[in-house]
Design a binder for this molecule. Structure first.
Ligand code: AMP
Length: 280
């Protein structure tokens, strides 16, 4: 496995593979890797000849400096996991390498960013769009793999690719969960043991809402049930629970076509912000 910290060295290496007509699969991450990340690499394994994973905690997508400071960084362990998982190339640049200067460009994603993560994390998707665009230009992958865990991010990245004609196929991969249902996340490491036990309540709320909706399709009843679920759990600060279209992320007024209803939730538990979703 090759590890590069500079753009030039990575490009030189990948150019050799590109000349040999090899397909490049790319998994962008912020590190503190877990099985969810490795499942993206696994998906890349099936479609691509060369698997590239980036590890970069992108400061421009954090709207909260404490969140950025607390974000777990575990590079040595990450490299070990990636090597074991059969990753070919790792790109782990410094902030200086990625941002010689602060970008002047700002990206706006219209309706896609006025809801949920966009509404609660102002500027977040601008930062995501800029860094993903830069990484696509640096790596020039044929395929790029993103987790459904960040459903709105997938929609934003697909829109970026469409609007700027990036020659890359975006592949959405399913959410990997712990045995008790908690969606795997780098931020889970920051939960206390007690909080870790309670964190499964996000998934419980999602499955409760799903089963109510499957009974009678009543969106208001499902929303009330989730609000009540957390009203009895003051350790959580529920930021939002939305029923939305899985592609547009816009609030739904009724159940969508099969596979297109997205239940999306975000809550603060102690110092950790958790998000999850369920698409059915
Ligand atoms: P992050 O390092 O959190 O920026 O995540 C990097 C990529 O891994 C993103 O595309 C995430 O959506 C994806 N990812 C994070 N957690 C999971 C999970 N539990 N299952 C599948 N993919 C995930």
């Amino acid at each position: 496995m090759y590890v590069f910290e500079t753009i030039i060295a990575l490009k030189q290496h990948l150019d050799q593979h590109r000349k040999g007509d090899q397909r490049i699969g790319f998994v962008p991450t912020m590190g503190a890797l877990h099985e969810g990340h490795l499942s993206l690499l696994q998906a890349a394994q099936e479609q691509s000849d060369i698997r590239v994973c980036s590890i970069f905690v992108n400061p421009t997508q954090f709207n909260n400096p404490d969140d950025l400071a607390r974000y777990p960084r575990t590079l040595d362990a990450d490299l070990k996991l990636l090597e074991e998982a059969g990753c070919d190339v790792v790109f782990a640049p410094s902030v200086q390498e990625m941002y010689i200067s602060q970008p002047l460009l700002t990206l706006s994603f219209g309706d896609l960013e006025t809801v949920m993560e966009g509404a609660f994390r102002p500027g977040h998707f601008n930062g995501v769009g800029i860094v993903v665009g830069k990484l696509f230009n640096i790596v020039q992958p044929h395929y790029a793999y993103f987790g459904q865990k960040d459903l709105q991010q997938v929609a934003v990245v697909k829109r970026l690719v469409r609007d700027l004609s990036f020659p890359v196929d975006i592949v959405r991969c399913p959410i990997l969960r712990e045995p008790d249902g908690l969606a795997m996340s780098s931020r889970n490491r920051n939960l206390t043991p007690d909080e870790r036990q309670q964190a499964t309540e996000l998934y419980n709320a999602l499955t409760l809402a799903q089963s109510l909706l499957q009974e009678d399709g009543d969106l208001a009843r499902a929303k009330d049930a989730v609000a009540n679920h957390f009203a009895q759990k003051p350790q959580f600060q529920l930021e939002y629970f939305e029923i939305a279209n899985a592609d547009t992320l816009q609030p739904a007024e009724q159940l969508q076509a099969p596979g297109m209803t997205a239940l999306c939730i975000a809550a603060q538990l102690g110092k950790v912000r958790l998000i999850d979703n369920l698409v059915f």
